[in-house]
Write a protein that binds this ligand. Structure first.
Ligand code: ZN
Length: 140
């Protein structure tokens, strides 16, 4: 069995944002030489996500508004217990939990075997610093 590992570094200038990382993942699959297998993509940080959905701007705005309703940014330690540590990113931990840590995509015939419209995104909820994403590919 072949294995291949690659790390992406993400550094968003803003606090929140989504980045389509499908081209980088597809390139990793190509470099791996795997024709049949699985590709895991996960964020290595607990205030960001990796998820699959549509690359549509309106939908991304809807995600951000929906997440802000569920877990609004608020540094007040009386609102979020986590912020009693001196951090201000409790909302980012909650947003990440909703959007997920990782995705696994099948590799068929040397390509990511997506359904219609599926794309892989990095979701940032506490940006303005470098974070890593792991790509691990297993197969033949
Ligand atoms: Zn924190």
């Amino acid at each position: 069995m072949k294995t291949y590992t690659q790390y992406l570094t993400m550094h968003l200038p803003q606090r929140y944002g989504f980045v389509n990382i499908t081209p980088q993942v597809a390139e990793a699959v190509r470099q791996s030489g795997v024709r049949e297998g699985l590709c895991l993509v996960n964020t290595m940080h607990i205030t960001s996500s990796v998820f699959i959905n549509d690359d549509e701007r309106g939908l991304h705005e809807d995600f951000l508004r929906w997440l802000e309703k569920l877990a609004p940014y608020n540094p007040d330690p009386d609102v979020y217990h986590h912020n009693r540590t001196g951090e201000d990113n409790a909302d980012a931990h909650l947003k990440r939990q909703i959007m997920g840590r990782e995705v696994v995509v099948a590799i068929t015939n040397g390509k990511l075997d997506f359904g219609p419209w599926e794309q892989i995104f990095y979701g940032e909820f506490d940006g303005q610093r470098a974070k890593r994403v792991l790509i691990k590919i297993l197969g033949e």
